[in-house]
Write a protein that binds this ligand. Structure first.
Ligand SMILES: [Mn+2]
Length: 251
């Protein structure tokens, strides 16, 4: 097995090192990740400036490749030939913070795995549901278990796994549940300020998003109940149920 490990928190994020360290139990690991934090970058494909890639050494001495590109650029660079060896799996993370429900459309962690899924390389995104102190080693052991299952069973075409690990000590994590996307509630608020020349500028601020933890079987429900959430995500975003209704419109 040759596993590509990437993230969106940046090449020196501890979650990346924990994930790469765990994945070495499954196979050879190549690390390529953004040089800086690119959380919430979305599925960006860089087309209007050059992409750079350069060697980096992680805190444990691991050799890695840093890039000025986005997480999905990092995956594309590797698959397009920057990494010469065939890549059998892509693991993205471990993100410091959850990627639940519609977060996946913003998340660089998940969109890196989406890039892999588009290439039909089995891809897994892993996030830890805490913004506080994070036990990445425990989450990495869970990521390894998920990756072993992906290697053994395979994934359907154009499908990635979005894994969210509760932000709990390892002994308090209850097990793995296969889930669907739940309902995220964003609490964004626009903050307007004035620059030194009196012109307005804006931040999208507000409180940390919440969501419906009561709807059983969702990603949000699982992590709220101390369970690891594994959601299969399809790159077919068609709302198949809506096709009939739209066809009935008087076009
Ligand atoms: Mn992140």
């Amino acid at each position: 097995m040759h596993i590509l490990v990437t993230n969106d928190d940046g090449i020196f994020a501890p979650g990346l090192l924990a994930l790469a360290t765990a994945m070495r139990q499954l196979g050879e690991v190549t690390i390529i990740a953004p040089a800086q934090n690119q959380s919430a970058i979305g599925h960006r494909k860089t087309m209007h400036k050059p992409l750079r890639a350069w060697p980096a050494t992680l805190t444990d001495g691991s050799e890695a490749i840093a890039t000025n590109g986005s997480p999905s650029d990092a995956v594309a660079l590797a698959l397009l030939g920057l990494v010469e060896e065939r890549i059998d799996m892509i693991c993205s993370g471990i993100n410091h913070g959850p990627n639940l429900s519609r977060d996946i459309t913003y998340s660089g962690t998940v969109t890196a795995a989406m890039e892999g899924a588009i290439w039909n390389v089995p891809s897994v995104a892993v996030s830890l549901d805490t913004y506080g102190d994070a036990d990445f080693a425990a989450a990495a052991e869970i990521a390894l278990k998920v990756a072993r299952h992906v290697a053994a069973y395979g994934l359907p075409p154009l499908t990635l796994l979005n894994v969210n690990v509760p932000g709990l000590p390892a002994a308090e994590i209850g097990g793995i549940r296969v889930t669907r996307q739940g309902q995220r509630v964003y609490r964004d608020a626009l903050v307007q300020r004035l620059d030194p020349r009196g012109r307005p500028y804006y931040w999208i601020g507000g409180e940390t998003p919440s969501g419906d933890a009561e709807e059983e079987g969702t990603d949000m429900w699982a992590v709220a109940h101390g369970l690891v959430s594994v959601t299969p995500i399809s790159m077919d975003m068609t709302n198949h149920d809506a096709i009939g209704a739209l066809q009935a419109w008087d076009w």
